[in-house]
Design a protein around this ligand. Structure first.
Ligand SMILES: O=C(O)CCC(=O)C(=O)O
Length: 305
């Protein structure tokens, strides 16, 4: 399902890519990022690919290399992570279930010749929540080299998402997500998928960037991958995706404040816990607090008239 993601579907006010993602569980966006951006990232990651040892275990793959923390490995990664068309898709899929989305991982993958096909899986199985109604994650595979049937392009089972994740066998045959640098292979956390086997003579390189509900434990521990002394250099949008924002109400705080307070160093003196509430909660609370105050008494700390 190749998509021109710039055109809007007038019936649903969703892009065709969003319709495909929600209806079929996946979409391939052609030319979602400039090839120059992908080439720059590929060049930055090259030495790290070389230096990284093969994975261990049948799931990660013994002819496969992986490494994370991509936001520190290439200054161009921030642009990829913040790709507006992708963020819109992630908001569409996840926005009903959270107040904000977060970065789940940014991982480079290299399949070497001889890599076996990966065990077909659903990424949502990382979390033991309700299945079939909630979407937990949106995955984006960005090829750095062409993805072909021969070199192990991602295999995706269309229509295997949502409630279909509860049935034992997928109803439809899988597709091979052949795509090239600049294209984005997007699929839901409930969609069955896996890397193909690499029967070619060349490595297949790609990057997975995934986004999940802002209140979940992400696959890649974002605060360890990007501690405050690193994340302080991120743009506010990237920092927020990497965990430096509270999921209202008050989730993910440091001493009752947004963890971005640490961008100025660890506070030497005690700091105040400050409510971080959604507007609806703020309004409820304001009435509740006001009802308990003696008449004529203003907010604590307000100057008497
Ligand atoms: O490399 C791929 O094509 C898919 C990888 C994947 O799904 C995973 O590692 O969980």
């Amino acid at each position: 399902m190749l998509i021109n993601h710039a055109v809007l579907d007038e019936r649903s006010h969703r892009s065709p890519a969003a319709n495909a993602l929600m209806d079929r569980g996946y979409a391939i966006l052609q030319g979602a990022a400039p090839t120059s951006l992908i080439e720059a990232i590929a060049a930055d990651l090259g030495p790290r690919y070389e230096a990284t040892p093969f994975c261990e275990g049948g799931f990660y793959g013994e002819r496969t290399k992986r490494f994370g923390r991509l936001l520190i490995r290439s200054p161009h990664m921030a642009d990829l992570v913040m790709n507006p068309a992708i963020l819109e898709l992630a908001e569409t899929a996840l926005g009903n279930w959270c107040e904000r989305i977060q970065l789940n991982l940014a991982q480079a993958i290299e399949l070497h010749p001889g890599a076996l096909a990966q065990f077909p899986h659903r990424d949502q199985d990382m979390w033991q929540g309700a299945l079939g109604e909630v979407e937990y994650l949106v995955n984006v595979m960005w090829p750095l080299t062409p993805f072909t049937e021969e070199n192990g392009a991602t295999i995706i089972w269309p229509g295997s998402h949502g409630v279909e994740a509860l049935v034992e066998e997928p109803k439809e045959a899988p597709i091979i997500a052949e795509a090239g640098p600049g294209d984005a292979i997007v699929f839901l956390g409930s969609t069955l998928h896996g890397a193909g086997g690499n029967r070619s003579r060349d490595v297949r390189r790609g990057i997975i960037v995934s986004y999940c509900l802002g209140w979940l434990k992400p696959y890649e521990n974002q605060w360890l991958a990007y501690p405050p002394e690193i994340a302080r250099a991120f743009s506010p949008g990237v920092a927020a995706l990497a965990g430096y924002a509270q999921h209202r109400p008050n989730l993910g705080n440091f001493e009752g404040q947004c963890p971005s307070v640490l961008f100025d160093g660890y506070p030497q003196d005690p700091i105040a816990a400050i409510d971080a509430l959604r507007p609806d909660q703020q309004a409820l609370l304001a009435d509740y607090v006001a009802a308990q105050r003696p008449e004529g008494e203003g907010e604590p700390g307000a100057l008497a008239a």
